[in-house]
Structure formats: C-alpha cells, structure tokens
Design a protein around this ligand. Sequence first.
Ligand code: C2O
Length: 548
Amino acid sequence: GITRHYKFDVKLHNVTRLCHTRSIVSVNGQFPGPRIVAREGDQLLIKVVNHVPNNVSIHWHGIRQLQSGWADGPAYVTQCPIQTGQSYVYNFTIIGQRGTLFWHAHISWLRATLYGPIIILHKRGIPYPFAKPYKEVPIVFGEWFNSDPEAVISQALQTGGGPNVSDAYTINGLPGPLYTCSAKDTFKLKVKPGKTYLLRLVNAALNDELFFSIANHTLTVVDVDAVYVKPFKTETLLITPGQTTNVILKTKPSYPNATFFMTARPYVTGQGTFDNSTVAGILEYESPPNSLHSSIMLPLFKPILPALNDTSFATKFGSKLRSLASAQYPANVPQKVDKHFFFTVGLGTSPCQHNQTCQGPNGTKFAASVNNVSFAMPTSALLQAHFFGQFNGVYTPDFPSTPITPFNYTGSPPNNTTVSNGTKVVVLPFNTSVELVMQDTSILGAESHPLHLHGFNFFIVGQGFGNFDPNKDPAKFNLIDPVERNTVGVPSGGWVAIRFLADNPGVWFMHCHLEVHTSWGLKMAWIVLDGELPTQKLLPPPADLPKC
Ligand code: C2O
C-alpha cells in the first residue's frame, strides 16, 4: 500500500437549506465533507486542524484500527478532543477491508454537519466478486436542522425531554423537491442506458433509520459495512444510522421517456416525535443522441416505500443478508465462545435534579442504558487511563454482564424506570471469543436500536422477537454464513445475537447510533488487553495526541 495524506480544516461555513442560512461546522468549507478514497492496504495520515470554538474529534466509522486504537476518534474514549487552535494527525492503515465506510465527528451532535464517505478500493489486480461497474457513486443520507444541532441537544439534556426533530433528510447534503425552497437543491444522478452503477450508500443521519428505493428499478445488494455479501435483488432497502450498503443499479436497456425519483424516509418503531418527511433525488437518463426528445422528460415516477413501522420488512431484509463465505472471502465466525454476555438496551429515566418538573416521562429526564447502566462520559480519555494504568477516578472495570433489574418484553414492564449512572467497562483478555445477546426492553416502549461496535466487525448469528430464550434460541444460530458488519439493529421488542473475536487491543466504544440515545447514555466500552506478541499490543500514543 501507499501513504495518502489528507488535511481537514474544521471551520465555519455558511450553508442555506430550506431557505434557512446557518453557519455550520464544516471540513474544508464543504457540506457534506470531503470523501476519502484509499485502497485496501494503504496508510492514511489525516491532519485535522480545529479552527472553530467547539471541541472536535473525528471517528473513522467501521475502520478496524488494528493496533491503531489512538486513531479511532470518539471523544473521551480514545482521545481528548482537539481544542480550538490545535491539531491531531489520525494515522491508520486499512487492513482486510474494502467497500464503503464513512467518517464523522464523534463529540456531542457535531456529526450533523461533519461527515463524509470513505471509499475503500480493493487491492490492485483483485477484481470485485461481481461485474465491474461502469461508474461508482456515493449516496450519503444526512439530516438537516434549521437550528443549531448543538443547541437542540443541549436544550433537550437540560430540560430532560426529547430533542427537536430535524427539518429535512438529505442526499449528499441536498433535501430535494419535496421540501420548501429546495427544488434547486436536488441530488441528480445522470445515467446512460444499459450500464451498471455501483451506488455506495451511507446513512449518516443522526436519529433515523431509513428506507430507500428508486422508482421502477431493482437494486442488487453486494456489500454491507465494507464486507461483501451474497448478492440479492430488492426494490427497497433499509439502512440504519451507522450502516453502509453497496448496491448495483442496472439502468434500463434503452432510453425511457421518463425520469425517476429515488426517495428515502424513516422506519420508526419508537413512541416519540420524529421527522416524518421524505428526501427525493432524481435518476435522470441522458437524452438520446440526435433526438428531438425534449430534455425535460415526464412524468416523474415515485417509488412506493414500506409503511413507517414495517418491522416485518425490516426482519425480512435483515435475514437476506449473508456473508459470501467463499474460499476467497471466508466467514470467520467464531465457532466456540469463551465469554457470553447478555445486555438489555433501551430507554429509561433519571430523576429531575432541579426541584422542578423535567419534560421527560412523569416529570423525569429521559435516560437510556445498557444493563440499566447509563454511561457517564469521563472528563479524560479512557484509552489513556487504560494504557498508563491510571484508571482510578476515570472508569471502573465492573460493567455488569447481565441486567441488574429484570427486563421484560412480553409481560408488563417494571414500574421502576430509573437507570443508574456509571463509567463502567468490560475488560477482555486478548483473543477472547465473545457472544453477546442484546435484548430490547419495553420499559418505555419497544424500539429498534442500531448498535454500533468500534474496532471490530461482528457476525449476526441470530435474532428473534420477544424475550431471548438461552435454552432454545442458540440451537438456531447460523454459524455458517451470517452477515458480518459493524452496526446491527436490535429489533423492536426482540433480540439479536452477535459473535466477535476480541483480537484488537484497545478501548472500544459500543453505542446506539441514534444520536439522541447515545446522548441519553445508551453506550458502554470494551477494553481488550494486549496479547503476548509485539503485533498484539497497543502501541504507545502519538506525540500529538490531544490533551484534556
Ligand atoms: Cu459512527 Cu461511535 O460511531
């Protein structure tokens, strides 16, 4: 591989959407931010310089960061944030991954405007396991707020209620013609007939899982989270925040006398308010050569998307995803398990502190938890505390491996909704083979939670509805070709089982990728200890690692 250099100047930049102009935190004055292109095996040196008043840190979502845990990016987990006027060089090598991932800010809600795609090309001379596409196009979904997202979340945390929802979804930063003032801000994909296009889809939205479809066209899914899958055709896909999906679009063999909408709108299982709007882009065939066709082709066909709460679509779609499990791309599913974990994930409440009524349920504050623990962010970085053995007062290595209070999905939920707070972590010896069952709770209503694990891909070996049954369900696990990814939706009112091998020393965050749930505490961290060999050890921190 080669070394590729990028410079990210984090600075303010005026952007107008929906007739609202906002000064946003941007990278290099671009919205969405620049795309990173690299080849499997390349080293990346990305210098991030902070020119804004906010503290900043950037996460390379889905990159395994083998032996480069200092470059992972979540603030107060692997690093202190980069302060105003400071810089940090993220230094990592892409090992054994190819496909699409993305980068985003990993502090507060800055990722609302700080994000961009990471395109990882396969090694030279190694072809795709499908026909080479004519063109490749990133399609990045986002969420636009007319007001400052940092103010939205800080107000919600103060009052204890749900934050204001976004004003639009976007494709590559553009809301499209279904929103006010936005016809000129429409993503257009110009295509030729009879060609194949590889669409690299990224869901960088803050708080919403999305359905996506292109009218009158079928898509073939070939890759998720930078891992090839057994190709399958679908009209519609579901993509949660934190997930990426590569699809092949085959255009019609001749020039259709029409244009086509591509649309995305949310899949919603929770009880709260949400942004119920639709982003549209346009698939436009080039005009035929030497023709008298007018360049405006009508009508515009619109796709039909599943119902907002179509969990049965979500389940079916998830079960179609399978690893290639070929000789060249084997599925290395851990066949034996060293440690079993059972985590409940869901919402709860915490008491209102100011002798006044908060805006959460029954005058409390919303909180969210894993095994009833709402994760409290430390004020210094966990990885440094771990590496230097100075973790007293920073974290405690006593994260519960089972829930403290009973969970229930099928029965009536417990009436005590209160969660506890703590900065608790799980410590794993190097190369522990982990099985983790994550169970959605119904304490404040069932809801799907896209859980993201840093530093690893995992295999989704099973899922189901109702309460997980440790005596019956494991017999049905798929240990042959389960899909491998870094973000999985824990089904609303159900559970999911994942396996991974803890072969990457460091501190690895795990959290719901719905940003509001992360803010409420649905997050925790795994510490993986060093192995014996020099290649199994976390290296010392780089000299420019930011200080708190
Ligand atoms: Cu994309 Cu910790 O997240």
